[in-house]
Unconditional design. Structure first.
Length: 278
């Protein structure tokens, strides 16, 4: 079986999911690639043919597919189209995210032939509390490209579409998590919540006079929580805490100092490896 066209669909406020998706499609060797970026707007109505490969990459927030990403995927449908699902998480856990994405894909008429979990720098990561800082790194992207080559090999081995078998994403290997750091993390989370310590609901400007109103934060925000010309304010009801605005601020003036950053950095120092399923 030969596939010469690919649709690469990603929600990627801080570019981690995009990097992984692009590396995978490079590995397939497919030249005709249609990128669909749903980071700042929903995808247009699209029915993907069975003769094209679909790659979908989304971040994990709190163990689930980012809700905004899921809502922006709804206009995409398939016709038993071969599909690769990838979730990118911040080195803690992806929990049920891959299964959630799989359930949506099957309902939309997509045939899931491969799945993967990759690690990306956590949204809360900063200089004081690095959490999977710099991921995906060159090693991760090499693995993603190799995964793409393996997908292409699987496609070529199938003599016809019916022989391109689907996978059960529940079978993917889950990285081992050392018990004591996890136990310590859960204990600290419970203690933090019981303490009544107020948790920030959105990033903010540390020094209003330092803000140059360049608009980079407003342009980066996937949820429209920051308005051009009014960069000093963030609509807490819209903010999804992706921290794209924090990471892109050229003045390093936007911050999101949540106590969870210190907990994650302390309890999840051991770096996890990407996992794939074919």
């Amino acid at each position: 079986m030969t596939i010469n066209e690919a649709y690469v669909i990603y929600f990627s406020p801080t570019h981690t999911s995009k990097q992984v998706a692009e590396a995978i499609v490079r590995g397939t060797g497919i030249k005709k690639v249609t990128p669909i970026d749903i980071t700042r707007q929903a995808a247009a109505d699209l029915v993907i043919p069975a003769t094209a490969l679909t790659l979908i990459a989304v971040p994990v927030y709190g163990g689930h597919v980012a809700p905004l990403a899921m809502s922006r995927l709804q206009s995409i449908k398939g016709t038993d189209s071969p599909t690769v699902l990838t979730v990118v998480y911040g080195n803690r856990a992806y929990e049920k995210a891959l299964m959630e994405l799989d359930a949506w894909a099957v309902k939309q008429g997509l045939k899931v032939i491969a799945g993967a979990t990759f690690i990306g720098e956590h949204s809360y990561s900063n200089e004081s509390y690095p959490i999977a800082a710099g991921r995906p790194d060159s090693h991760d992207l090499d693995l993603a490209q190799t995964f793409g080559a393996q997908i292409q090999e699987k496609i070529e081995k199938a003599t016809q579409a019916d022989h391109l078998y689907a996978v059960d994403v529940r079978a993917i290997h889950r990285p081992k998590q050392p018990f004591f750091p996890l136990f310590r993390f859960l204990g600290k989370v419970v203690k933090l919540r019981k303490s009544g310590t107020p948790l920030p609901r959105a990033p903010w400007i540390r020094d209003e006079e330092a803000c140059t109103h360049c608009g980079a934060c407003a342009k980066a925000c996937p949820a429209g929580a920051i308005t051009l010309g009014d960069e000093l304010h963030t609509d807490e009801s819209k903010c999804i805490k992706c921290c794209a605005c924090v990471k892109i601020c050229p003045q390093k003036d936007r911050v999101y100092d949540t106590p969870f950053a210190a907990l994650l950095a302390d309890c999840f120092k051991k770096q996890k490896e990407p996992q794939t399923l074919l």
